[in-house]
Design a protein around this ligand. Structure first.
Ligand SMILES: Nc1nc2c(ncn2[C@@H]2O[C@H](COP(=O)(O)OP(=O)(O)O)[C@@H](O)[C@H]2O)c(=O)[nH]1
Ligand SMILES: [Mg+2]
Length: 344
């Protein structure tokens, strides 16, 4: 598995995590055009649309770039008086609301707008007002609607005029929905879910890598055969290459990834460690840090045991260092990929 495949799996985890999404609910009377607006925003006929009053009877969510557009049944019908509707569908659970209306506002609409306006929690919730079916409205009529809404729902922004049949006002509405504040909230959500999934994945990788390091370090201790100039400890480089390979595999890093994501700072070092020269160089550095080296040399008769211990220690040291570098490479690689995905 390479870094991209591993990232794809992480993405699957995020996609199935409800906490990763910002949800915008479309509310309003039946037939106002909630489902049609969702289709117009997404650009595909995903939601069922119809003349009959209750075409949408359950909650349906449609994903659009890590945002979920929620199609709710209309209220004010025989089936759903406003209070029952609110109790069942709890509009307050959504991060934002798109309030869709056409024609006259009814008493039910007033209950809805009043309850939203009164609750303190609602004061910070974006509510987009949308007068749909607007194609035939004159400028004067539009002004009357704005004034009316301002009275019913004081302190709330502009009215968007849209018409799904004629494609009017859709791009303006989209722009509002993806306004800066909301984009930040969405990115926070995704980033949070992503970080969680990423840490879990890196944690699992570290466990696998540790098992490999332990196994190969023991083998290195028993196999100290090739003395390297400048090193007092014999080293079997083949074991190091195998150990490094196992650690890379734990982090789903392939050689090609290192070349592809050269911009990640640690990639260069990891590439150098694919060569004999690179490994010898780093081992020389680590050997200098081996605490017992000089002490052991002073104790005669401990030759084999001492070199086994040193070989083990050296391999562990190198393995842990490599694991940290792989972790850092995998983490930044995944960060790069998620930024690409979220970039707008
Ligand atoms: N002329 C016109 N018809 C629309 C518009 N929006 C929706 N419709 C139609 O109105 C009907 C109800 O729309 P729908 O999206 O199902 O409303 P919902 O009940 O609020 O989801 C459907 O027949 C749509 O094709 C619009 O802006 N202009
Ligand atoms: Mg509908």
């Amino acid at each position: 598995m390479n870094l991209k495949e591993s990232f794809r799996q992480t993405l699957q985890e995020i996609r199935s995590n409800d906490a990763a999404y910002v949800r915008i609910a479309f509310v309003g009377q039946p037939g106002a055009g909630k489902s049609s607006l969702i289709n117009a925003i997404i650009g595909e006929p995903v939601a069922a649309v119809g003349q009959a009053t209750d075409v949408t009877t359950g909650v349906a969510e449609y994903e659009y770039r890590f945002q979920r557009l929620v199609d709710l049944p209309g209220y004010g019908t025989e089936r759903f008086r406003y209070e029952d509707w609110a109790a069942e569908f709890r509009p307050e659970q959504y991060e934002a609301l798109v309030y869709v209306f056409r024609g006259k506002l009814l008493e039910e609409d007033d209950s809805f707008l009043r309850s939203l306006a009164e609750s303190a929690a609602e004061k910070h919730r974006p509510i987009y007002l949308v007068r749909n079916h607007c194609h035939d409205l004159t400028g004067e009529e539009r002004q009357l609607i704005r004034d009316d809404l301002r009275l019913r729902f004081p302190g709330r922004g502009t009215v968007n005029f849209t018409d799904c049949r004629y494609g009017e006002g859709i791009s303006e509405l989209k722009e509002q929905i993806y306004s800066a504040d909301f984009r930040r909230l969405r990115q926070e959500r995704v980033t949070f879910a992503f970080t969680e999934a990423k840490e879990r994945r890196l944690g699992e990788a570290a466990e696998k890598a540790d098992v490999a390091i332990d196994r190969y370090a023991k083998a290195a201790g028993l196999n100290g055969i090739n003395p390297i100039p400048g090193l007092d400890v014999g080293v079997d480089l083949g074991i190091y290459f195998k150990m490094y390979g196992a650690i890379r595999e734990a982090y789903a890093i392939e050689e090609a990834d290192l070349k592809k994501y050269m911009a990640v700072p640690v990639a260069k070092k990891l590439l150098e460690l694919l060569t004999k020269q690179g490994v010898s160089l780093i081992l020389e550095r680590f050997a200098g840090r081996l605490f017992f080296k000089d002490v052991l040399k002073l104790i005669p008769g401990l030759g084999t045991a001492a070199s086994a211990l040193l070989g083990y220690q050296l391999a562990r040291m190198a393995g842990n260092d490599y694991r940290e570098d792989c972790r850092s490479f995998a983490a930044s690689g995944m960060d790069t990929l998620i930024e690409e995905l979220l970039g707008e």
